[in-house]
Design a protein around this ligand. Structure first.
Ligand code: GLU
Length: 418
């Protein structure tokens, strides 16, 4: 909680935006233009459940901007999804794509559902119906979804199949993060976590901290957190704590990550892993460690707990894990915060590679994907550092000013229609 009232993700996104544009010299009308999502769709739709009854669900798809290209962004299945949250996540995708110089605008989608309470058949029917409902906005040229919290390559395969059935032929480029067997890209599945490691490694180089033996705490053990832990471990770092929705585990001497990965495959949680103490998600954020990787949901590091954060580096695997009030506190404490739109951009970057491969039906090796990902991410890291150093800005504001500047440039060049 940030003070008495918890600010919505969208209020946070707007506060970050306002803070960034105040540092820039942009025409007021262009600033106003970028504050608004271009279009928002709400869909209420029925799904037949296994018991024969019909249940109504609500979903969203928001396009923030189309000035730099088709819109891009994941689809989230979570019980707390709202239109406002989806709007915030779409705006963050705009800045993320612009920062990485990908030819995309931002989008996000979501369905209010706890996917873990549905059978596979129910999840498939829900996905196919939601995909059909948002198909008026979705296309390889217009809007390309991908996985986010609560969705995975199987869900992407169903979306691709549903869209393709309606067209009468396969359209792999309509979605990214799909399985490799049906036109997905090598290296997409673990790309976000791998990118988080690249960014943490670059930050450590800047701070002259060896990665070998560095202590790491990871909040969230989903697609982002588990691969971030995996790659930090492979680099010789000591992952001392991880958590998921059910709780966390801690061992100051380091967790056996390969054993933990096997344990989670069997039990679907990190809780109860032998040889570690139980901790809460809140405690994990305050552990003494070199690198803290929040890789769960928004609004985790707030003005309440930021004073107690002990990490030297925060690598934002999640979207929006740190509130603006917390940012100020962390800045005063000298914490090196690698902002989300840079730190977790590995996913959408390899999504871009996947889209290009799907459009061309020409596929790259895993080695090529990883090499290109590393190059683009390190280049963006250096661009953000350069902006931060020359303009004396915190890293988040440096990343935002670079990204917003590119979107503004596109708006000015294209002009306003009619
Ligand atoms: N959901 C991911 C993100 O927040 C990936 C989006 C994509 O690949 O389009 O960046």
């Amino acid at each position: 909680m940030d003070g008495q009232i918890r600010r919505s993700a969208y209020e946070v996104a707007l506060a970050q935006y306002d803070e960034a544009v105040a540092l820039m010299n942009l025409p007021d009308d262009v600033v106003e233009f970028m504050r608004y999502p271009k279009r928002e769709l709400t869909v209420n739709f029925p799904v037949r459940m296994d018991n024969g009854h019909i249940r109504m669900f609500t979903g969203f798809r928001v396009h923030h901007t189309t000035v730099r290209g088709p819109t891009k962004g994941g689809i989230r299945y979570h019980p707390e999804v709202t239109l406002e949250e989806t709007r915030a996540l779409a705006m963050w995708m705009t800045w993320k794509c612009a920062l990485m110089n990908l030819p995309y605008g931002g989008a996000k989608g979501g369905v209010i559902v706890d996917p873990y309470t549905l059978s596979d058949e129910e999840l498939c029917r829900l996905t196919r119906r939601y995909a059909t409902e948002i198909s008026i906005l979705m296309s390889p040229e217009g809007d390309i979804p991908a996985p986010d919290v609560g969705t995975n390559p199987q869900v992407m395969a169903w979306i691709m199949d549903t869209y393709s059935m309606h067209r009468g032929y396969s359209v792999p480029a309509v979605v990214t993060g799909k399985p490799v067997q049906i036109g997905g890209s090598h290296g997409r599945y673990d790309a976000t976590g791998l990118g988080v490691m690249f960014m943490a490694r670059e930050a450590m180089k800047r701070l002259n901290m060896p990665i070998q033996g560095a202590t790491v705490a990871v909040q969230g053990f989903g697609n982002v957190g588990s691969f971030a832990a995996h790659y930090m471990h492979l680099q010789g770092a000591k992952v001392i704590a991880v958590s998921d929705v059910r709780g966390g585990i801690y061992n100051p001497h380091g967790l056996d990550i390969p054993a933990l990965e096997r344990y989670v495959k069997e039990t679907r949680t990190v809780v109860g892993f032998p040889g570690a103490d139980a901790i809460t998600n809140a405690e994990l954020l305050e552990l003494p460690c070199d690198v803290l990787i929040p890789a769960a949901l928004e609004g985790q590091i707030t003005r309440e707990n930021a004073p107690r954060v002990k990490a030297r580096i925060i690598a934002e695997g999640a979207n929006g894990p740190t509130t603006p009030n917390a940012d100020k506190i962390l800045q005063d404490k000298g914490v090196f915060v690698i902002p989300d739109i840079l730190c977790n951009a590995g996913g959408v970057t390899v999504s871009y590679f996947e889209w290009v491969q799907s459009l061309q039906s020409f596929f790259w090796s895993e080695q090529d994907v990883k090499r290109q990902l590393e190059r683009l991410m390190v280049d963006s890291f250096n661009a953000v550092m350069h902006e931060a150093e020359t303009r004396k800005l915190p890293l988040r504001m440096a990343a935002y000013t670079v990204a917003i500047g590119r979107v503004a440039e596109a708006i000015i060049l294209r002009g306003v229609y009619p």
